[in-house]
Design a protein. Structure first.
Length: 280
């Protein structure tokens, strides 16, 4: 059982922000660098701290995403400094299947292609895409059902060279900007009949479109609180992820007492906002 909260607006007094030019934050990312929260592609994935990950040859895993509503759960693994044949020269990208609540109604092994795109941060054009083909017998372990953690990865050790990440005047492209890369999972093509094989196992309907919002620095922000019953029973205090009043603005979070607080104890849901230390 869940509750959905929406931060509709935060009205700030004029002059309470951007008081000096040197404090003005960099321009926000283009609209093609965000996507609605959804169970199905496209999914936008941001990798920050590229330089340190390259210097330390560190692998990085994204948050999980789904192939479609009621579908396969997976994540993206990125080697900023490359892996295998791409070590030291390229960015390497792989996808990994993960365990999920939908696995009982899906067909295994997973059969399908996945298209991953590295986004140009200067304009919604000249992106760099790679389609991960269906697994062959050698990489069959990457398509089997995962019982714990993550499965074997599928992808390419040479998605793009480090040199090609830089600004290209002719193409007006730049994939690495602000020490970050943006990946987009464009599509996960699944063989017909590989999901929803039993009607009784079909998952519940996804939330309505008003229960999601574009990823943004400014309202509206959609905040989901899950596990309402247990939080009520245990009198748990729950804090949301941070959000901003506006781009370059105040950072804050939402606090919810599911079983109430003070005069609302045991009868009401209590809600509070808290200011937090922000980068601006």
């Amino acid at each position: 059982m869940s509750l959905y909260f929406r931060i509709d607006s935060v009205e700030v007094e004029p002059g309470d922000f951007h008081t000096s030019e040197e404090a003005t934050p960099p321009a926000p990312p283009g609209p093609w660098l965000s996507a609605p929260l959804s169970y199905q592609p496209p999914h936008i994935i941001r990798l920050s701290g590229f330089e340190s990950k390259t210097r330390m040859s560190k692998e990085w895993y994204s948050a999980p995403f789904y192939s479609h509503f009621g579908g396969y759960n997976m994540c993206l693994r990125v080697y900023a400094n490359g892996f295998g044949d791409g070590k030291g020269t390229h960015v390497s990208v792989y996808t990994h299947l993960m365990k999920s609540k939908n696995d009982d109604i899906l067909k295994w092994p997973f059969r399908g292609t996945i298209t991953v795109t590295l986004l140009n941060q200067l304009q919604p054009d000249n992106h760099h895409s790679y389609t991960i083909p269906p697994a062959n017998e050698i990489s069959a372990n990457s398509t089997n059902r995962v019982m714990k953690g993550r499965g074997t990865g599928r992808g390419t050790p040479k998605l793009i060279s480090h040199n090609d990440l830089k600004y290209n005047e002719e193409k007006n492209s730049c994939y690495l900007k602000g020490d970050a890369l943006y990946f987009r999972i464009d599509s996960v093509e699944v063989e017909p009949g590989d999901f929803h094989t039993r009607e009784e196992a079909t998952p519940s309907a996804p939330p309505g479109p008003w229960l999601s919002a574009l990823l943004s620095y400014q309202p509206p922000h959609i905040i989901r609180l899950s596990g309402f019953k247990s939080k009520t029973r245990m009198n748990t205090i729950w804090f949301s992820a941070p959000f901003y009043t506006h781009f370059g603005g105040y950072k804050m979070c939402l606090r919810v007492n599911a079983n109430g607080h003070g005069a609302g104890k045991g009868t009401h849901v209590s809600v509070y906002t808290h200011l937090m230390k922000g980068k601006w």
